[in-house]
Design a protein around this ligand. Structure first.
Ligand code: COA
Length: 530
């Protein structure tokens, strides 16, 4: 094309000059937006060891990634210009090579609390993410609704509540919702991480509480400090409200990057297969780790490390419910979510397992169960804590998982633990067992004790010492015989006994078959935080 524009013409020069003033004005106003809450509050933020919001974004994004910031001049000219960028930075950038929507509160602007424009900006970012199918990453540092404006922020559709409605619906639609918590998150601020599929918290500065210490004092007269009430260590280890504990903000942001890297995203028809890498440790060493005595505990991480590619695992909720180890990894190049027993199952471990299965469903990642389980915890404390309903959550999740499931019996498979860990009754696609494994309602020791107790309370009156001894011997013999792995495989309770060192290759074939035949559909439920 031939241009008719003459850059030397007087009209051109007049236009350009007039436009330059617009550009100058725009840049000035952008400077207002970039300044956040101003020097004094920025200095206080830094003094507390916290990272400014735009630096957090910079640390999170891939080096050199573009960042398409949205509505940076929201709330311009409102509230005496005291709410730069409406107190939240939103935009799209690449994290671990995945384009993501970032929604990051600026705590230097009224504690990151929500004005009407903050809500609008937050909701608009979610709508864009939904339409363009982008995972949402929330960098949370938020005091909830800005209380003097509560009537414009809280009650109506399109107000704060709608952002939570969006979070749940997007998760149900298969779009990951992930949070990192950097500061005090109260009320609505607390719900952003609480409704996330996975969340990270920074020790020392991150807080999550539905009501902060002043509200707690006013409501129930309890005097408590913020760290005890809602600190990161408490939530990672006791309440399970967060999944990962980070010592610093950069560590939390790196964790978020690691989570995104394991999302199996974008979700293609077939899993993104990575190049196959052998484990860093020799699978032949598993025999020496596991041994033949089921009463001898071993650390299941050591077994997993000898099954997976590069021995690289990303452990979910490592601080919580530690008797059930849940990891994302790759095996023969295929993504896999592994649930492996490391002790008796408590309510916390069961809920963690159920949450992990939901994540695998959402990410279309097949699940591998490594069973070495005596059962769920028993006793008054466990029952009062609702172990029956919490273990049922794991059983529901196992039964209704929408991704292929595989099970390997690597030790004991006893009682309801067998159900919670996808025993044969729950129809895993394949179930293999190792020659050291045992399967029965309970171990010979426990069974003989139970039957002796029953005999003692029996009305038959045949509980003399001799018949008790005979009963014990007979029970032991029966349970030892029937829980023997050859008794099991002979009756086709499994798909074969395999050697520990063959397990990696056998599972590789299973994963390949599953990948070729997995029906692909989006999740219908969000990830419920357990
Ligand atoms: N509503 C109104 N104002 C709020 C607010 C809220 N939800 N959260 C913070 N602010 C204001 C503070 O009053 C203060 O205003 P000022 O600068 O005019 O004095 C400013 O934001 C900064 O707050 P400050 O408490 O100094 O910051 P901080 O970093 O020490 O703590 C919070 C931040 C969010 C942890 C803390 O302000 C807080 O707990 N806020 C109340 C949260 C709450 O109860 N929300 C319920 C919403 S339903």
């Amino acid at each position: 094309m031939k241009t008719r524009i003459d850059p030397n013409a007087p009209t051109f020069a007049r236009n350009a000059e007039a436009y330059a003033t617009l550009i100058e004005q725009l840049r000035e106003r952008m400077t207002w937006s970039l300044a956040g809450g101003g020097e004094k509050l920025r200095a206080r933020h830094l003094d507390r060891g916290k990272v400014p919001v735009r630096d957090r974004i910079e640390l999170l994004l891939d080096p050199g990634s573009a960042f398409l910031e949205l509505s940076p001049l929201a709330a311009w000219g409102l509230y005496d210009n005291q709410v730069p960028a409406a107190g939240v930075v939103t935009g799209i950038g690449n994290v671990s090579d995945v384009p993501c929507m970032l929604i990051a509160n600026d705590a230097t602007v009224k504690g990151g609390s929500f004005f009407a424009e903050t809500v609008r900006k937050h909701l608009r970012a979610q709508e864009i993410a939904w339409e363009n199918r982008l995972p949402c990453l929330y960098l949370v540092d938020c005091g909830g609704a800005f209380l003097p404006e509560q009537d414009r922020v809280f009650p109506d559709y399109g107000h704060f509540g709608t952002s939570f409605y969006h979070q749940c619906r997007m998760s149900a639609d298969g779009l990951p919702q992930l949070s990192a918590v950097f500061g005090g998150c109260t009320a609505g601020g607390a719900y952003i991480p609480a409704l996330s599929d996975e969340s990270v918290m920074v020790e020392g500065t991150g807080r999550i509480h539905l009501g902060g210490p002043p509200i707690v004092k006013a409501a129930i007269g309890e005097v408590v400090d913020g760290e005890t009430l809602g600190g990161a260590a408490m939530h990672a280890r006791v309440s399970g409200v967060t999944d990962y504990l980070a010592m610093t903000e950069p560590e939390a942001l790196q964790k978020l990057r690691d989570i995104v890297a394991q999302l199996n995203w974008p979700r293609p028809q077939h899993a993104t297969r990575l190049p196959v890498r052998p484990p860093q440790f020799d699978p032949a060493e598993i025999d020496g780790i596991v041994g033949t005595d089921l009463k001898q505990p071993f650390d299941v991480h050591e077994v997993i490390a000898r099954l997976i590619d590069g021995s690289v695992m990303q452990e979910f909720k490592p601080e919580y419910g530690a008797t059930l180890v849940c990891v994302f990894a790759h095996l023969h190049g295929y993504p896999v979510g592994i649930l492996a027993n490391n002790g008796v199952l408590f309510s916390e471990s069961a809920m963690k397992g159920a949450h992990f299965i939901e994540l695998c469903n959402q990410r279309r990642i097949p699940i591998l169960f490594l069973q070495n389980i005596t059962g769920f915890m028993v006793g008054t404390e466990a029952e009062r804590g609702g172990i029956a309903k919490h273990s049922a959550k794991l059983v529901y999740a196992v039964a209704t998982a929408r991704v292929p499931r595989f099970t390997v019996l690597i030790g004991g498979s006893y009682g309801a633990g067998n159900y919670g860990m996808c025993g044969r009754g729950f129809a895993p696609r394949f179930l293999f067992a190792w020659p050291n494994s045992r399967i029965a309602t309970m171990s010979p020791d426990v069974a003989s004790t139970v039957l002796i107790e029953l005999r003692r309370s029996s009305l038959k009156g045949d509980s003399d010492a001799e018949s008790m001894k005979a009963l014990e011997a007979e029970t032991r013999r029966q349970f030892e015989e029937q829980s023997d792995p050859y008794y099991a495989t002979s009756r086709l309770w499994d798909d074969g006994l395999i050697e520990p060192s063959q397990t990696r290759d056998v599972l590789g074939i299973c994963l390949q078959l599953a990948d070729a035949s997995t029906p692909r559909f989006e999740g219908q439920t969000p990830v419920f935080r357990m």
